[in-house]
Design a protein around this ligand. Sequence first.
Ligand SMILES: Cc1cc2nc3c(=O)[nH]c(=O)nc-3n(C[C@H](O)[C@H](O)[C@H](O)COP(=O)(O)OP(=O)(O)OC[C@H]3O[C@@H](n4cnc5c(N)ncnc54)[C@H](O)[C@@H]3O)c2cc1C
Length: 235
Amino acid sequence: MQSLEVLRRSVTADYVATVVASEFLTPTIKAIRLRLDRDEFRFLPGQSVWPKFERDGRKFSKIYSIASSPSHCPEIELCVSRVGWSSAYVQDLQMGQMLPLRGPYGLMTLTELPPRPRLYIAEGSGIAPLKSQIDWLHESSFLHSVWLVQANPETPDQLPYYNYWQNLNRTWKAFQYQPALNQCPVSLLALQNLNLAEFDIEICAIGDRSDQIQEAVLTLGAKPDQLRSEKFIAF
Ligand SMILES: Cc1cc2nc3c(=O)[nH]c(=O)nc-3n(C[C@H](O)[C@H](O)[C@H](O)COP(=O)(O)OP(=O)(O)OC[C@H]3O[C@@H](n4cnc5c(N)ncnc54)[C@H](O)[C@@H]3O)c2cc1C
């Protein structure tokens, strides 16, 4: 496994990715595994790539977080929710099809092993950058506790990577998985009696939900300087 020092030296560049796997995680969310054309691709856990598209003669790009750990490079996994043209395009790519992309980008990353316990709150495909971080912490034998509270407003009774998290919950002592099935993640969190001031907290959800969860977590005692959030919006 490469150190964060090596990953910090990642340089943004253009790549061509080939689809090596694609599977449904929920009825609307898919995991798409891509192999990049060059081994030099490096990223920090939590970073993203910008696939490039062409539609009706117009070229454009959209951003998608990497859901896998940097240790799998030059393979990366995207976790994509089907909401419009670009996400449908990525979901419908067939095995062996190619996708040009540019990356890595993004600041909600781990640049060193964190000093405190961590609480992750994810809704929908917002699980992607958080999964990359959690996988990296697991591989790094992170000693503090790592909590994941996960909900999915699209299909509230089905969570992306649910079996994966359940398994990690059984095998990694530090990991505490709290699936918020048919439930608001903040209500579930409020029941846990955690001292949130002791945690570094990362939130990733869709649009305004991210701000709403952040406000609610602050009222539960989180420290603003130990809290980061990312929102998935369409550019
Ligand atoms: C930093 C960042 C990281 C992102 N990472 C991911 C990712 O890992 N996986 C992912 O699926 N999307 C991600 N997105 C959103 C992605 O970039 C696109 O905006 C999204 O796929 C919509 O593009 P579209 O062309 O399919 O639909 P559009 O027609 O552009 O949008 C349709 C509608 O869907 C809403 N929307 C946008 N993203 C989502 C979403 N993820 N779930 C539900 N509704 C959404 C939009 O606000 C809009 O109302 C990320 C966005 C940002 C800013």
